[in-house]
Design a protein around this ligand. Structure first.
Ligand code: ZN
Length: 262
């Protein structure tokens, strides 16, 4: 039931590619169109602008979303969500969008092993230096977010074990809630507490790109509106992450990093 769609894919061998099998680039793994933009859009754009090849897996078409449905039939709404994803990805400079049709709201019900293998196959092909996904809290506690976090983490754990001894270890970063993320989307009841931020990226230089990506999501204009009403959120200079691998010591102080891309 997989439908893979690649857009603006550059052939392997161009900038940021897997030349000589070296880990290079950033892979973001999310559940729905818009997850990438509202949680990590600045960081993705920052890496893309710095010449890092950014690949995005979006596991579903977001067809069950309730926002912005007015005047759309089911099929048209799904098409809108997918079109918005591609428009936003272009604004952020994402080199390749891998869009699957795992079913909005059904990610947790999929066969775990085959789902992990699908994500792992992408990791083996793009050989990312850094993988970004949700943490176990899923930011909002959305079951799809929590499920994709678990699947991406399991795939990453296998991928990192394949790295040759002596080669730089890939990193796994989880999204951490912050002022930069619309607060309306946080914390359903029973959501696990988010992990502490260890790593931040200064996104001020790519703010126009993140803004363009957010505006591409016309169906989610309420999120942009919510952010605009909060001066701190609208001008948030950083996006926050928890480095899940390699694990950092408890004494580690949150640090602002330059781009992570070998
Ligand atoms: Zn989502």
């Amino acid at each position: 039931m997989k439908r893979a769609k690649k857009r603006a894919a550059q052939p392997v061998g161009v900038a940021g590619s897997t030349k000589a099998g070296r880990a290079q680039g950033l892979l973001a793994v999310f559940a729905h169109p818009d997850d990438e933009t509202f949680t990590a859009g600045g960081t993705l754009a920052l890496h893309a602008m710095s010449g890092c090849r950014v690949t995005l897996i979006c596991a579903t078409h977001g067809e069950k979303g309730s926002a912005g449905r007015e005047g759309f039939g089911a099929a048209a709404y799904e098409q809108l969500r997918v079109a918005e994803l591609h428009e936003a990805a272009e604004a952020l400079g994402i080199a390749e969008v891998i869009l699957w049709d795992w079913g909005d709201g059904q990610v947790a019900e999929r066969d775990e092993d085959s789902s992990v293998r699908e994500i792992l196959a992408v990791m083996r092909r793009v050989r990312p230096t850094v993988v970004i996904t949700f943490g176990p809290d899923g930011i909002s506690g959305h079951p799809d977010h929590i499920a994709i976090s678990k699947l991406a983490t399991a795939a990453f754990d296998r991928y990192r074990q394949e790295v040759k001894p002596g080669a730089p270890q890939p990193r796994l970063l989880y999204i951490v809630p912050s002022a930069a993320i619309p607060s309306c989307c946080w914390q359903r009841a029973g959501t696990p507490a988010p992990l502490p931020a260890t790593t931040t990226f200064d996104i001020r230089a790519v703010r126009p790109r993140k803004l363009a990506a957010m505006r591409a999501y016309r169906s989610q204009s309420h999120l942009v509106k919510a952010l605009r009403q909060d001066h701190t959120a609208w001008h948030a200079p950083k996006e926050y992450f928890h480095q899940a691998f390699p694990a950092l010591s408890e004494q580690h102080q949150e640090s602002t990093e330059a781009v992570i891309c070998a």
